[in-house]
Design a protein around this ligand. Structure first.
Ligand code: FE2
Ligand code: FE2
Length: 138
């Protein structure tokens, strides 16, 4: 069972962004499975997926923030602040994980990942969708 299964209801009706959200969730789900199956023999694979999870989120935030800047989105500041909280949280978590390489540390953050992405996509991101669409983003 995926940690955050993609549902059609997650769509904010902007194909490029939906694709990025789908990919983001699939990386988190892949990492969750690795830890759940206790694939402790594949530390390298786990490290690679963690790296992918961090880098892809940062890349995705940049995509959104570039649009905000380009079109002067009025809620840009508060939206970026929420991204920054995630950046800080995940970096702090990664530091702790790196010190221990303990799978249990993943489960400290898994419910945060679930709640953060579900809420962020469904509310914070959904909020900008009509604005971006007005500016021709599809
Ligand atoms: Fe966002
Ligand atoms: Fe997003």
């Amino acid at each position: 069972m995926d940690l955050i299964p993609w549902e059609d209801g997650f769509s904010i009706d902007i194909a490029g962004i939906d694709e990025q959200h789908k990919k983001m969730l699939s990386i988190i789900n892949k990492l969750n499975s690795l830890f759940r199956e206790k694939k402790t023999d594949s530390l390298e694979e786990i490290a690679a997926v963690i790296q992918e999870m961090i880098e892809y989120a940062f890349y995705h935030f940049q995509t959104e923030e570039k649009y905000f800047e380009l079109f002067s989105y009025e809620k840009s500041k508060e939206h970026i602040e929420i991204h920054n909280q995630y950046r800080a949280k995940i970096e702090d978590w990664y530091k702790r994980y790196s010190e221990t390489r303990d799978g249990a540390v993943f489960f400290e953050i898994s419910s945060y990942l679930h709640d953060w992405w579900t809420l962020h996509i469904n509310h914070t991101d959904r909020d900008y969708a009509p604005f971006l669409k007005e500016h021709g983003v599809s």
